[in-house]
Design a protein around this ligand. Structure first.
Ligand SMILES: NC(=O)c1ccc[n+]([C@@H]2O[C@H](COP(=O)([O-])OP(=O)(O)OC[C@H]3O[C@@H](n4cnc5c(N)ncnc54)[C@H](O)[C@@H]3O)[C@@H](O)[C@H]2O)c1
Length: 352
C-alpha cells in the first residue's frame, strides 16, 4: 500500500501524516511539498516528515509520473491557501490549486491508484446565511481561492469511475494546534489574541457564520476517504466535512475563547462593513456516510484549551503575532522579498 500526500508540510499536513501513519503502520507514505513553511515548526518533538517513508521537496506542478508508480491512494492538499495571495495573482492560485491537482489525479489514475482525495472547502458557499448549505446547494465562491476549489471539483469529476474513486471533502475552516501552526485562522487568531494581548479583536461585527473543524478531525475524514469503496458515496463524491455542532457565529467563537482565558476581553468592530464570507453548512451527508470513528470528535472548548496550552508550551509571547511567521502571507512575502522565490512561487535556482 502506497499513499502519496501532497503539500504535507503545511498546517494540516502534519496531522494527516500522523493519522495515516498510526492507522497504517506498514503503508509506504510519501510526501511532496515545496517546503515554503518547512522552517515554521511549532514546538515539534520531532520533524513531522520523519513519519514518512520519503519526503520529496518538489513543486506540485512538476510531479513526474514515475513518482506515482504503485500508488494506491493520493491525498491532495495542494493549495495556496490564502485569500490575499489569491487577490494578488488569481492565475497563480488556479495553477497551483486547480490545474496541478487535476494533472496529479490524471497521473494517479494512469498509475492505477484506487482513491484520490481532494481537500476542498466550505468557502465555495460564499454568502449563505439563510439556510444551511448542502452539497446540492448552489455554490457562490467569492475569492480566487474558493473559485479554484470549485473548478478543481469540476475538473476531477470526469476522472472518477468505479476503479478510481474521487472524494472532494469540503472542509470547514480549520483550527487547532499543529506542528506547523497558523495564526491566520479565526479561532487560532482569537486564542493567540486572548493570551498575548488579553484582547480578542473581531475584525467584523461578529455576526458572520463560520463552521469550523479541528485538524485532527480533518485527518480522521481523510483517513476514511482514502480507502472509501465506491458503494459508500459513489465513484465521485463531493461532501461537506465537519459537524453541525460546529456552525458558530464569529462572536460566539470569541466568547468561547475569553471564557477559557482569564482576563481577556472581546473587542467587536461595530462599524465594520458586513463580512460577505458568512455561511452555515449542513454536515448531514458526511454524518450519514463516514463511519463513526471518522466523524469529528473534538469540541470547541477542548480546541481552545489545546491551543492555549500549545502556545504556552512554545513560550510564544509576541503581542504582534499577526506579523509573525505563523501568518502564511508574511512568510511567502518574506521569501519573495529576500529573492528566494519567484513571482510564480517557485524557488529560484540555487535556493531550492
Ligand atoms: N486551513 C483551512 O482552514 C482549510 C479549510 C478547508 C480546506 N483547506 C485545504 O486544506 C489544504 C491544506 O491546507 P493548509 O491549511 O495545511 O495549508 P498551508 O498553507 O498551511 O500549507 C500548504 C502547503 O503547501 C505547500 N505548497 C504551496 N505551494 C506549493 C507548490 N506549488 N508545490 C508544492 N507544495 C506547495 C506549502 O509549502 C505548504 O507546506 C489546502 O488544500 C486547503 O485549501 C484548508
Amino acid at each position: 500500500m502506497k499513499i502519496l500526500i501532497t503539500e504535507n508540510m503545511g498546517y494540516i499536513g502534519s496531522s494527516v501524516v500522523r493519522r495515516l501513519r498510526d492507522s497504517y503502520p506498514k503503508a509506504r507514505l510519501i510526501g511532496v511539498d515545496t517546503g515554503f513553511f518547512a522552517h515554521c515548526l511549532t514546538n515539534a518533538k520531532r520533524l513531522p516528515e520523519t513519519r514518512l517513508d520519503a519526503q520529496y521537496f518538489m513543486d506540485v506542478r512538476d510531479i513526474p509520473a514515475s513518482l506515482l508508480a504503485g500508488v494506491t491512494g493520493v491525498v491532495s492538499l495542494a493549495a495556496i491557501s490564502n485569500d490575499v495571495m489569491g487577490q494578488i495573482d488569481e492565475k497563480l492560485t488556479q495553477g497551483v490549486n486547480c490545474l496541478a491537482s487535476i494533472r496529479l489525479a490524471k497521473l494517479a489514475k494512469a498509475a492505477g491508484a484506487k482513491n484520490f482525495v481532494f481537500a476542498s472547502s466550505c468557502s465555495v458557499y460564499g454568502f449563505a446565511e439563510d439556510d444551511s448549505k448542502t452539497e446540492q446547494s448552489e455554490v457562490n465562491p467569492l475569492t480566487a481561492y474558493a473559485r479554484s476549489k470549485v473548478m478543481t471539483e469540476k475538473g476531477l469529476k470526469p476522472l472518477a469511475d468505479r476503479t478510481f474513486k474521487v472524494t472532494c471533502l469540503r472542509f470547514a475552516t480549520a483550527c487547532g494546534m499543529s506542528e506547523r501552526l497558523r495564526l491566520d485562522l479565526v479561532l487560532n487568531d482569537f486564542v493567540a489574541g486572548a493570551l498575548l494581548t488579553k484582547k480578542v479583536t473581531v475584525m467584523s461585527d461578529g455576526s458572520p457564520w463560520r463552521p469550523l473543524i479541528h485538524i485532527q478531525d480533518m485527518a480522521r475524514a481523510i483517513d476514511w476517504a482514502v480507502f472509501r469503496p465506491a458503494k459508500n458515496g459513489g465513484p465521485f463524491l463531493v461532501c461537506n466535512a465537519g459537524s453541525n455542532a460546529w456552525n458558530y457565529q464569529v462572536k460566539e467563537l470569541a466568547q468561547a475563547v475569553v471564557h477559557e482565558i482569564a482576563g481577556a476581553v472581546v473587542s467587536i468592530n461595530t462599524s465594520a462593513p458586513p463580512d460577505k464570507r458568512s455561511y452555515r453548512v449542513s454536515f448531514d451527508y458526511f454524518n450519514a456516510l463516514a463511519p463513526k470513528e471518522n466523524q469529528p470528535k473534538i469540541n470547541l472548548t477542548d480546541a481552545v484549551l489545546e491551543l492555549k496550552q500549545g502556545l504556552e508550551e512554545m513560550a510564544f509571547n509576541t503581542p504582534d503575532y499577526r506579523n509573525s511567521h505563523f501568518m502564511r502571507i508574511r512568510v511567502l512575502m518574506e521569501l519573495r522579498n529576500l529573492g528566494l522565490i519567484n513571482s510564480d512561487l517557485r524557488w529560484k535556482k540555487g535556493n531550492c
